[in-house]
Ligand binder design. Structure first.
Ligand code: BGC
Length: 458
């Protein structure tokens, strides 16, 4: 690449580079928001809501049998049947047949009634297929949005995220919306016993393999983490004993201005064009819902400065959302002399030179690397807070992780792990990837809740 062009491309991308000091600053700000979120008098104004989940550290065994698990929170809705049983070592569970349903745009952005009617329709279809319509199964619902719980099976949706906008859901009990939709259909019955966030489901599903798993992390369409906090610090819930899982909802970090000195023009454009401007600002710098779009905006900037594609952008490239997040993974994983990269660019009606391909790859790397290290400052904040609250010299902890960005991007994981380790002296962290965590976790939490309900005679 010519020196001057290289220099100018570098200049544009250098804005994405964060130093360790920056990440330390971010981590400290995140921690202070988390502490404010935990406290009763400051919870209201904290950007990081630290929502109690009513998932506790001391489950008294669990029910055995079939559970239906629902998973709503990304672009697809999934229904699955999970068999929970016991073997000599404690728990085992087998997932049988899941089915994926794509959520039509009008169900995502219409009314809550339309969305939940659609969900009930999918469950009905699944039960037909499994020949299980007659059974009243206990149901666990993984609902991956910020919910203020009153109990494990009751909680109001605070706000939608990730492009969802169905009206009439915010401020309402989500389990109630689901029960009402099932009642309206009237062709099957369900016993909704638990609702959990996907971070919680992920943590729980990994906990059964590794009892040190007390953190759940999602880096997919959205980004969030949960962890086990000492009950005495969870001021929003009465009681001092044991631990409760707290859903941090850290995606909203920055919504009170804490990220202003880090957000770039591209972040502002992405935010302004979203259905929830001003909200989830940290998530918008990391999550897969936004990563491709950030890259597209950087490419347009380079085109405008005459550094890319001969200074001409195709109409497709000028279209919002046209650069998918999976392209970022594919381009960074391209080891074929840019064959894959140019194929992708062809689908966007661009005829790239090898130099163009090189620049596009650099843009992808800049955006995804910033996402990885920003995310590491959040997780380091959580882990360091746990160590501090537990007063431990050395904290040994396992983090259960799920999400397409974490799992599918070729280098996100390695960069993320490395920076987390740098930022957490005195902690020994193991990462395990969850498989089907959303469904299995929801079923496992439900199995415990079901047993408890039986014990207290509900
Ligand atoms: C939601 C969280 C969820 C995360 C990952 C965010 O947009 O607010 O509840 O855990 O996405 O799915």
């Amino acid at each position: 690449m010519e020196q001057s062009v290289q220099h100018e491309v570098d200049q544009i991308l250098s804005e994405f580079r964060l130093q360790e000091e920056d990440l330390h600053v971010l981590m400290c700000r995140m921690q202070s928001e988390m502490e404010r979120g935990l406290r009763l008098e400051t919870n209201e104004e904290a950007s990081v809501k630290m929502l109690p989940t009513y998932v506790r550290s001391t489950p008294d065994g669990s029910e055995v049998g079939d559970f239906l698990a629902l998973d709503l929170g990304g672009t697809n809705f999934r229904v699955m049947l999970v068999k929970v049983g016991e073997d000599v070592e404690g728990q085992w569970r087998v997932e049988t047949k899941h089915k994926m349903y794509s959520i039509p745009e009008d169900a995502m952005t219409g009314t809550a009634k339309m969305l939940f009617d659609y969900i009930a329709e999918c469950i009905s279809d699944y039960l037909d297929q499994q020949n299980m319509k007659h059974k009243k199964l206990p149901l666990g619902f993984t609902f991956s949005f910020p919910v203020r719980h009153e109990d494990i099976d009751k909680g109001i949706l605070l706000n939608w995220t990730k492009g969802f906008k169905a009206s009439g859901a915010e401020g309402n009990n989500v389990v109630g919306l689901l029960r009402d939709a099932i009642k309206r259909r009237g062709d099957f019955e369900m016993d909704v016993v638990a609702m959990v966030n996907d971070t919680v489901a992920t943590m729980i599903s990994c906990y059964y393999e590794d009892h040190q798993c007390e953190v759940g992390l999602i880096v997919g369409t959205g980004c969030n983490a949960c962890y086990m906090e000492e009950m005495r610090n969870v001021e929003l819930v009465e009681g001092e004993d044991g631990r409760m899982c707290v859903n941090t909802e850290w995606g909203a970090f920055g919504d009170r201005g804490e990220l202003e000195d880090f957000r770039l023009e591209y972040d502002r454009v992405v935010d302004e064009a979203s259905v929830n401007p001003g909200q989830q600002l940290y998530e918008k710098m990391i999550g897969g819902k936004y990563m491709g779009e950030l890259v597209r905006l950087v490419l347009l900037k380079m085109v405008n400065e005459n550094l890319l594609f001969g200074g001409e952008a195709s109409d497709k490239l000028k279209t919002r959302g046209a650069f998918e997040t999976q392209f970022v993974s594919q381009i960074e994983g391209d080891s074929s002399d840019f064959k894959q990269t140019s194929n992708i660019l062809h689908t966007l009606d661009v005829q790239p030179t090898p130099r163009d391909c090189h620049c596009v790859r650099l843009a992808c790397e800049s955006v995804s690397t910033r996402a990885a290290v920003m995310c590491s400052s959040g997780l380091a904040g959580v882990v360091n807070l746990m160590r501090q609250n537990r007063g431990e010299e050395l904290l040994r902890i396992t983090v259960g992780v799920d999400g397409s960005v974490y799992k599918l991007h070729p280098s996100f994981k390695a960069k993320f792990h490395a920076m987390v380790h740098t930022l957490t002296p005195g902690c020994e962290i193991i990462f395990i990837q969850s498989e089907e965590g959303s469904g299995r976790g929801a079923a496992l939490v439900s199995a415990v809740a079901y047993k408890m309900a039986a014990l207290i005679g509900h």
